[in-house]
Design a protein around this ligand. Structure first.
Ligand code: SF4
Length: 350
């Protein structure tokens, strides 16, 4: 199968380091720029607390990738500044081609997106023309343009079950773990691209079991980009938005959370009285026991937001023909969600 996946160089996690005075100065200048440029900040749950707080304070949005794009589309602002990774900026541009979309750092990638180059993916699809092509949101515009359907993690099972009931065979990309989870849930015939999220694949089932023995009252929350042995331990499997909702819905006082630790800012705010523990990622002898933070998400920061706003740097451009084909795959999911009574808020993604 796709045995020529690119080797992905994982950068170190470098968080923005600011004094209180620098933070206050940057925040004030960004707020002024947002007004002057008729811009709005949309930030992913995995970005820094500084960025999430600023997005909230300025009438922007903190959410998953799909809601970020949906919010940007509905916003009156002429410029969207998307703090996240590149495919999120691209999805925002696909849904809002008339708006200017800026990103703090165009080098902020995603290992799932990087694992699935459009030319190799197209060749793979060409080898299996009998299969319906379903891709995860964490893909480039060009890969979405080659797909029949784009899905988010929260609707993937329902879409694939629907296609399976119609007798369709699936070609799935790029996340092998999410694909495996969907296959187990639906029983569909799925051919999987072999990509993975470099963060979620690190969670260790043994470490989670050991932590759970120390906190038997805890519920285990797992994002489905994680390996099967980790998902098998979960009390709740879900997308970022679904996991945040879980801490408010479930009665447990403690949660072991297997996803990027950037989510703790909103999760703790949603359930201030609850104890949130990071699921272990480190194996025996590891120097970092719980280090689930995306290095590309960490490339976002206040300084870079200000730079993009002041200079217009890092604008996202999508070839219009590619955008039109990509939106077809996205609209199929939205239409399916509408027909089956799933609200946009229930369609959360990474
Ligand atoms: S956490 Fe994983 S899936 Fe999310 S942006 Fe980073 S590499 Fe991609």
């Amino acid at each position: 199968m796709n045995d020529t996946l690119p080797v992905i160089a994982i950068p170190p996690v470098v968080e923005e380091s600011l004094t209180d005075a620098e933070r206050a100065d940057l925040t004030a200048r960004i707020k002024a720029q947002l007004i002057a440029q008729d811009a709005v900040l949309v930030a992913h749950y995995y970005t820094s607390a500084d960025l999430q707080r600023l997005a909230e304070e300025t009438g922007g949005c903190v959410s998953d990738s799909l809601e970020m794009a949906r919010f940007g589309h509905a916003a009156k602002a002429k410029t969207l500044i998307v703090a996240g990774v590149r495919f999120m900026g691209e999805t925002a541009k696909i849904l809002s081609p008339e708006k200017r979309v800026l990103m703090p750092d165009l080098g902020a990638e995603c290992s799932l997106d990087l694992s699935c180059p459009a030319d190799k993916f197209a060749a793979f699809c060409d080898q299996h023309p009998e299969r319906t092509v379903v891709v995860y949101a964490n893909t480039s515009a060009a890969v979405k343009a080659r797909a029949d359907w784009m899905v988010t993690s929260s609707i993937a099972v329902r879409v694939v079950a629907h296609l399976h009931a119609q007798g369709k065979k699936i070609l799935w990309a790029p996340d092998r773990f999410l694909g495996d989870y969907v296959q187990r849930q639906t029983g569909a015939d799925m051919l999987l691209w072999q990509g993975a999220c470099v963060i979620h694949e690190r969670f260790k089932a043994d470490g989670i079991r050991a932590l759970h023995r120390q906190h038997p009252e805890a519920a285990i929350l797992v994002h489905p980009e994680s390996p099967f042995e980790v998902i098998a331990l979960a009390d709740r499997v879900g997308s970022t938005t679904q996991l945040i909702r879980a801490v408010t819905e479930m009665p447990n006082p403690t949660f072991i959370v297997a996803t990027d630790n950037g989510i703790f800012y909103k999760m703790q705010a949603a359930a201030p009285g609850k104890l949130l523990l990071e699921a272990p990622t480190g194996g025996v002898g590891a120097t970092c026991v719980s280090c689930a933070h995306c290095p590309w998400m960490a490339m976002n920061g206040l300084r870079k937001v200000l730079h993009a706003l002041e200079t217009g740097a890092n604008e996202i451009h999508i070839d219009p023909a590619t955008g039109q084909r990509a939106i077809h795959a996205i609209n199929r999911m939205l239409s399916f969600a509408g027909q089956t009574g799933i609200t946009l808020a229930g369609l959360s993604a990474d």
